[in-house]
Write a protein that binds this ligand. Structure first.
Ligand SMILES: C[S@@+](CC[C@H](N)C(=O)[O-])C[C@H]1O[C@@H](n2cnc3c(N)ncnc32)[C@H](O)[C@@H]1O
Length: 243
């Protein structure tokens, strides 16, 4: 299957297909974490957790409220958390598309709340917000992120996020059948302005404590001399609330 981007629109609402083609990922195997097999993103999460519990003397014993956007059916991050801090986990909020949430086999666990929109989460505060390769697929990313900011998480992890240094735009991401070239799926996807995204957090009393810009990827069918590619980076961000 081939994925590529077609066209450029200024607003995801103009993508006629956005409502019919979501990026869906089931990945229903939560039990594939061992300490030696942690992904880069899990290692980053591990360091925030360590800081959360160890560096701060009033932390041990504090129970964690964790919110993951784009958790997939398997909620892999939940099993990661239960492995490392099971007795300190207060609640795991997982958000994904309705069809994905329905498939999840952890949905009835005691300290789990799964839902299809962040707006169903009514906590005054949460401790860690985690979104890995998700923000770009939201119809209104800044609206969702503002709701998250209202819950004042201490750490915000936003990984694998496609950004531009130029004007924000959305494209249609097509998945084609390799042989017939028939379009199998199409999804609206944002390229967010990196400064605007970082400013959103910095203006809300967060500091950027980790930034990794990945520039050495091929952007599906976009040629490397294309103006979009020159402005492009895929980013891993960690923000920490300033006390
Ligand atoms: C590229 S996958 C990343 C999955 C997982 N976070 C990971 O790191 O492997 C994107 C995820 O976002 C979910 N997603 C797409 N649109 C969404 C939306 N509007 N609200 C919540 N989740 C969404 C997809 O179903 C999928 O689980």
């Amino acid at each position: 299957m081939t994925k590529y981007y077609k066209g450029r629109v200024d607003c995801i609402d103009k993508l006629k297909t956005h409502d019919t083609g979501y990026y869906e990922s089931h990945n229903n195997d939560p039990d594939n974490n061992t300490v030696t097999e942690l992904s880069k993103y899990e290692k980053l999460l591990h360091s925030s957790l360590k800081e959360f519990y160890i560096k701060n003397p009033d932390r041990p014993g504090k129970k964690l409220k964790f919110l993951e956007l784009g958790c997939e059916a398997g909620c892999k991050t939940y099993s990661f958390l239960t492995k490392f801090i099971h007795k300190y986990l207060d609640v795991y909020y997982g958000v994904d598309l309705p069809g994905i949430i329905k498939l999840s086999h952890i949905k009835n666990n005691k300290n789990v709340f799964l839902t299809d929109t962040v707006f169903n989460i009514k906590e005054k505060t949460i401790d860690i917000f985690y979104a890995n390769a998700v923000i770009n697929y939201l119809k209104n990313p800044y609206t969702d992120l503002t709701h998250i900011l209202n819950m004042s998480p201490e750490y915000i992890h936003i990984h694998r996020t496609h950004c531009t240094t130029g004007d924000e735009f959305a494209t249609l991401q097509l998945t084609l059948n390799d042989t017939t070239e028939e379009v199998i799926n199409q999804v609206g996807m944002w390229f967010l302005n990196i400064k605007k995204l970082v400013d959103l957090f910095e203006l809300n009393n967060y500091e950027l404590v980790y930034l990794e810009k990945e520039r050495d990827r091929t952007l599906w069918d976009i040629p490397k001399n294309n103006e979009y590619w020159k402005q492009y980076s895929r980013n891993n961000f960690i923000f920490r609330k300033i006390k």
